[in-house]
Write a protein that binds this ligand. Sequence first.
Ligand SMILES: Cc1cc2nc3c(=O)[nH]c(=O)nc-3n(C[C@H](O)[C@H](O)[C@H](O)COP(=O)(O)O)c2cc1C
Length: 197
Amino acid sequence: MTLITDDRRATTAAPIEEILSMRWSPRSFDETATVTDEQVTSMLEAARWAASASNAQGRRFIVGRRGTETFDRLERHLMGFNRMWAPKASLLVLAIVVTPEGDQPAGALRWAEYDAGQSMANLASQAHALGLHAHPMGGIEVEALRDEFDLPQHLVPITVTAIGTVASPDLLPEKYRERETAVRTRLPLDELVLVRD
Ligand SMILES: Cc1cc2nc3c(=O)[nH]c(=O)nc-3n(C[C@H](O)[C@H](O)[C@H](O)COP(=O)(O)O)c2cc1C
């Protein structure tokens, strides 16, 4: 069962879509929960349909459900505390940025990192719509992941995102529980927006 986490809702100066205000990145996942094939496909479709510069789609994914060899191969290369909490998620998604091969001009791939980020934001929104939560991690061993999956030099691992059913903060070691329930903050709009007319 998905925990009701209304206290995690973003405080906004004007209303925003529920799916955006209620998205947050938990570390406590229910290790008994699973995702269906259809849910995985639905999240990947959301990622696929994100915008990209010149529709170059400079992003690739490696996806493993918990209990599969792919999940274990991804989990192995999470760093630090990520390695402790993320393996309880139901799904790990490695996002990969496509960079130009050899001396090829970058062209639209100049924005591939942005485009990969857009696709993962779409994926996170779709996860939320399915009653799931997503937590991106930059704390990953980039070179080890490249070796693990035999990725050529122009494919660069950028994040692994843990997706699953949020669980009680009490399941985390004491020192990390507080982070799970702390008030979510952002820069105020007048600091974030440099010019607004
Ligand atoms: C690119 C990226 C890398 C991140 N890396 C990590 C990470 O390695 N470990 C972690 O616990 N959280 C990581 N996070 C999660 C952020 O800390 C989190 O999104 C931020 O504190 C805002 O919280 P919210 O997502 O709950 O709104 C990362 C988020 C992004 C977008």
